[in-house]
Design a protein around this ligand. Sequence first.
Ligand code: AMP
Length: 173
Amino acid sequence: MDVEQMKALIRDVPDFPEPGVVFKDITPLLADELAFSTVIDLIVVHFGRGNVDKVVGIEARGFILASPVAYHFGAGFVPVRKKDKLPWETEAAEYALEYGTATLEIHRDAVAPGERVLIVDDVLATGGTAKATADLVERIGGEVVGISCLIELDFLAGRGQLDGYDLFTLINC
Ligand code: AMP
């Protein structure tokens, strides 16, 4: 399966969740057994077994991709969630959205000092979510070895926020 075939399994949904946004719906890709396994394999091959201790998934679609990646690495899985969802002591990062702000949280003890962490999400848009997550991981002592997003929205230039990180994306739109 090549990139164009994977791209064909992403559904553009105009004006969702609000007018003016074209939502990248990855459910057709997730439902395709070959596409789903290819995406996971490409991420695992890029970063390499033995190089990652924890895989951080960003709520909610990031969880779906991060979990099988963690399994293949023999690494642990760590959730980063929206404000007030995690039950234990958290570290929080506020970041800018197009209108207003949002807050992400991680459990303070989710990553041990010096552990090598890969961050996984579905879509890289402005990059604010990925950057806030990298900040959280570093604040609790983790070393970010990379960031992987299935889709990169080139026109929003989110990559520019993530200078210095190994950013691996599979499909550019
Ligand atoms: P950003 O912080 O702007 O990079 O936004 C990335 C986060 O918002 C990811 O967790 C995505 O799941 C979600 N997101 C942003 N834009 C879209 C889009 N056009 N389609 C689907 N999800 C999106």
